[in-house]
Design a protein around this ligand. Structure first.
Ligand code: ATP
Ligand code: MG
Length: 546
């Protein structure tokens, strides 16, 4: 692919040649660098062009409304096109949204016919290609051919500044890739009497498709290069197509992408069965609840009981609110080639999960098809739609929609392209780097904090285990599967219920008393931590393996 591109000159833009002050940074806000492939060009009216246009408009709208980052694909075979867009964290909201709108809109004019483009703007980066590139660092980013600028004004106390800067760079390099937004910013004290600044600040950012190790690798190349490019300078920046490093004397204005707006909450569940008084279970209730059904190879146990039969009532409930939407069965069937085995991502106790492509939304999704006739499956389906659809957090798998029609129950989730943690911990040949394990733990902890403390009610998940912990394209952690979840009021004591969960991950106290609580979830969290650290499943879960 690189051979198709015009040779890229060294894109070193050295600016502010005559003692620029910090205020002159605005001079660089229009800087742009791009690389357009020049051979094998697409033609007007070609399928590739149509796919590209669709991709560019998706990138623009998806990134503007969602975390200021998006990767998308459109089309199939040789006409398939892959795209990525992301804002830099030191641009403000207006600059970012302008860039997300204008960059895709103008790129086909500045790179006519190109099947591969890398474009850097002051506020965002845009890339598209006819070959898969997500997760790969562009070679230019590691070579010399990246764009940089520097403020030539010297720091007053050069030695002290250089020392502070190298400590700053160390911090930035250590952690840039370790956090899900692939972004780290930091300030250290350094007083410059002439410039009137008190701190030295830095930002390291990578595109979010990169694995933590790749991001750290790219940033560490930049930090080494920074000390050569900017010996005494009061500021400097190196910008590549995947990574970005910047430092300056004084504070940096960092704008984090907005959290997704939570949808209007759906009507409260009035079902008293879900919020019983927290009295200890009487012996007969324990007897009934301890009816254990072993799931095929899963050792999962769950409460027995009636399921809701009134699908129309369900529909009324679900339809309200602005979150997930109801899908037509035929759209979901066609998205998965009629639930074909080739599209199957995995199978649980109550159904199978398929990879699907929704043409209308131009979106890849995971579709869970609940086994027909399973009462527990139906119960989990209802619980899942009612609970997860009301929650929004970057570490929770998002429910996009549902469908119950013709005896089928289907749940549509955002696709987690790196599957579940389970496979990464236990499949032969998969070695999960420690930095990713660390990040998974942080992400899971953050999801639990949200569920237990930060939402309007306390959400007990009750089935925390590696197959319910998903990893997205950039290995960010997302907790999924809310089929057994229950809502309780904050401060309420343990919730008396029948048993639910997966053997090996369940709190033994909960198994004895039948009372579940925040602590029971934390017990399961602890078991998962051990599994992440040792790479071994808990004893009971191992027993059930084939
Ligand atoms: P259980 O029935 O006890 O929950 P399980 O977690 O293995 O068992 P499912 O929840 O049905 O079963 O999920 C089956 C598999 O499908 C998961 O292990 C995972 O690999 C895959 N999967 C589920 N949701 C997604 C998703 N959103 N994106 C990608 N893969 C998914
Ligand atoms: Mg599951």
């Amino acid at each position: 692919m690189a051979s198709r591109r015009a040779p890229l000159p060294l894109l070193a833009i050295v600016a502010s040649l005559c003692g620029a002050a910090v205020s002159q940074e605005s001079k660089f806000t229009n800087s742009i660098s791009r690389s357009c492939s020049t051979t094998g060009n697409y033609t007007d009216g070609s399928q590739f062009k149509k796919n590209l246009e669709q991709l560019l408009s998706t990138l623009s709208s998806a990134a503007s409304s969602n975390d200021w980052f998006n990767t998308s694909t459109v089309g199939t075979g040789p006409d398939k096109v892959f795209g990525l867009i992301m804002c830099y964290a030191d641009s403000n909201t207006t600059q970012c949204l302008n860039c997300l709108a204008l960059a895709p809109a103008g790129i086909t004019t500045v790179c006519p016919g190109s099947r591969e483009v890398y474009a850097l703007y002051d506020a965002c980066v845009l890339r598209y290609s006819d070959t898969h590139f997500f997760g790969d660092v562009v070679t230019y980013d590691i070579d010399d051919s990246v764009m940089f600028w520097t403020l030539f004004q010297e720091a007053t106390e050069i030695d002290t500044m250089v020392q502070a800067r190298s400590r700053l760079m160390e911090e930035l390099t250590k952690k840039a890739g370790d956090l899900p937004p692939r972004l780290n910013y930091y300030s250290l004290p350094y007083k410059d009497p002439l410039l009137g600044t008190d701190v030295i600040s830095g930002l390291a950012q990578c595109t979010r498709d990169l694995a933590p190790s790749e991001c750290n690798r790219c940033i560490s190349v930049y930090t080494r290069r920074a000390s050569i490019l900017f010996p005494n300078n009061s500021g400097g920046s190196i910008k590549g197509y995947n990574c970005y490093l910047r430092y300056k004397l004084g504070a940096l204005n960092i704008t984090m992408p907005p959290q997704r707006t939570p949808p209007t909450p759906m009507p409260r569940i009035t079902d008293s069965e879900r919020l019983p008084p927290s009295t200890p279970p009487t012996p007969p209730s324990i007897f009934i609840c301890l009816f254990v059904w072993r799931r095929r190879n899963r050792n999962k146990i769950f409460e027995d009981g009636d399921v809701f039969d009134d699908e129309l009532a369900m529909e009324d409930d679900f339809e309200q609110g602005t979150g997930p939407k109801r899908f037509r069965y035929r759209d979901l069937a066609s998205a998965t080639y009629n639930f074909s085995d080739e599209r199957k991502l995995g199978e649980g106790g109550f159904g199978s999960v398929y990879r699907g492509f929704l043409t209308e939304q131009n979106l890849e999704v995971a579709i869970k098809r609940v086994s027909k006739g399973s009462k527990q499956g139906k119960k989990e389906y209802i619980s899942e739609v009612r609970i997860i659809s009301r929650l929004r957090h970057r570490n929770l798998v998002q429910l996009i929609g549902w469908c119950h029609a013709g005896g089928e129950l289907l749940l549509v989730y955002e696709l987690m392209s790196n599957g579940s943690l389970d496979t990464h911990l236990h499949d032969v040949g998969n070695i999960l780097p420690w930095s990713v394990r660390y990040e998974v733990i942080l992400g899971l902890g953050s999801a639990l904090l949200y569920l237990h403390q930060e939402w309007e009610q306390c959400v007990l998940h009750r089935d925390i285990k590696p197959s319910n912990i998903m990893l997205d394209a950039s290995f960010s952690t997302k907790l999924g599967d809310f089929g057994l979840a229950r809502l309780v009021n904050h401060g309420q004591g343990p919730y008396t219920t029948c048993l639910a969960g997966t053997m090996g991950y369940m709190d033994p106290e909960c198994m004895v008393t039948g009372r579940t609580s925040v602590e029971s979830d934390i017990y399961s969290f602890g078991v998962v931590l051990l599994e992440i650290a040792c790479g071994r499943r808990p004893a009971v879960a191992r027993e059930g393996e084939e």
